[in-house]
Design a protein. Structure first.
Length: 339
């Protein structure tokens, strides 16, 4: 779904006026709420646009009772492209973002100071609003590259996505599982939208991306360039999942991408995170707006992964605490058992 330019302009005005994270006092006060996503060729960015649309209710807009927005009164949510999960966590931690989409493995590592955050400052104040959908690890290879397995990446020119992305972290784990060190690759660190161009120009042989399918960059590479997906399978994966249980086996069905057969791979869960300092009532109201019944059609029609964003799976794969405001909502809806 395209982002409403009026909302973007309104959001910019709010920022210029010093929009803060204080609670909404009146419906006519405007609040800017930023959602960190990923590269524009991934899945986070369009899903962010959908969620921004359903939680927003700009000042002066028709209310839910009037047949208009069922978002949070006065809230103007906007999406921001970023380098992905790790970058979103760090931006949430230091207040440059109110919220962001983060892979479940990165979220757990940030909260506990392990994994991707073993050498970074842990973020114990990280909190969840919801789990959204399953994300698949996809390795896209040029049609004439001869790459048919992870082991075939040795000595090849491969993009691991931008530094600080969840994709980069997971790519390193997969390479390690198959006995490959990153030094054995000619590794680049560029976003998927750049990787598509480099693949088309023959400058790289393959690229990694973690995103919900169908992924725009992968759609383009397979349809326009005849690229394929590299299967991620074998006994190495059993060992990897045993060591890192935030991974699960996944399978990208035939027909998702042009000419690409069913492909075994790995998956994590995309989660929507905030910091514990977010006002409790605002967190409650945003969570309530996300799951308002009238917004089901927007999520279903806006993106293939939107159909997987359901209240029934909102707590799946959570390895960090819920924000108290979100927790209160889920208890009210009996999604989470009461005290």
């Amino acid at each position: 779904m395209p982002i409403d330019r009026r909302r973007l302009l309104a959001g910019g005005a709010a920022l210029a006026l010093g929009g803060s994270a204080a609670p909404l006092a009146r419906a006519q006060e405007m609040r800017l709420f930023r959602i960190g996503t990923g590269g524009i060729a991934g899945t986070y960015y369009p899903i962010g646009g959908l969620i921004a649309a359903v939680i927003s209710q700009p000042p002066g807009a028709r209310t839910c009772e009037e047949g208009g927005s069922c978002g949070v009164p006065g809230l103007v949510a906007i999406v921001q492209s970023s380098n992905g999960s790790v970058a979103n966590v760090e931006a949430i931690a230091d207040g440059r973002l109110e919220s962001g989409f983060v892979q479940s493995d990165i979220a757990y590592g940030a909260y506990t100071g392990t994994g991707a955050f073993a050498d970074r400052a842990a973020v114990p104040g990280l909190r969840a609003l919801a789990s959204l959908y399953v994300e698949s690890l996809q390795i896209v290879a040029r049609a004439d590259s001869g790459i048919a397995s992870v082991a075939d990446l040795r000595g090849r020119r491969v993009s691991l996505d931008s530094r600080g992305s969840g994709t980069q972290i997971d790519a390193l784990l997969v390479l390690e599982a198959f006995g490959l060190d990153v030094s054995e690759l000619d590794a680049l660190y560029v976003k998927p939208e750049q990787s598509i161009r480099l693949l088309a120009e023959g400058e790289i042989d393959a690229f990694f991306i973690v995103a919900g399918y169908p992924t725009p960059s992968v759609l383009e590479a397979t349809a326009d360039q005849g690229a394929g997906l590299v299967p991620i399978d074998g006994p190495e994966i059993d060992v990897l999942i045993a060591q890192y249980p935030f991974f699960s086996r996944d399978r990208i069905p035939a027909g998702v991408y042009v000419g690409v057969p069913p492909t075994p791979t790995l998956a994590v869960v995309a989660q929507w995170l905030v910091h514990e300092r977010l006002d409790e009532q605002l967190a409650h109201d945003i969570t309530e707006a996300l799951w308002h019944p009238t917004h089901r059609a927007v999520l279903d029609a806006g993106h293939a992964k939107g159909r997987q964003i359901t209240l029934e799976t909102a707590l799946d794969g959570l390895g960090i605490p819920l924000h108290p405001g979100a927790e209160r909502f889920y208890r009210e809806q009996s999604v989470l058992a009461g005290d």
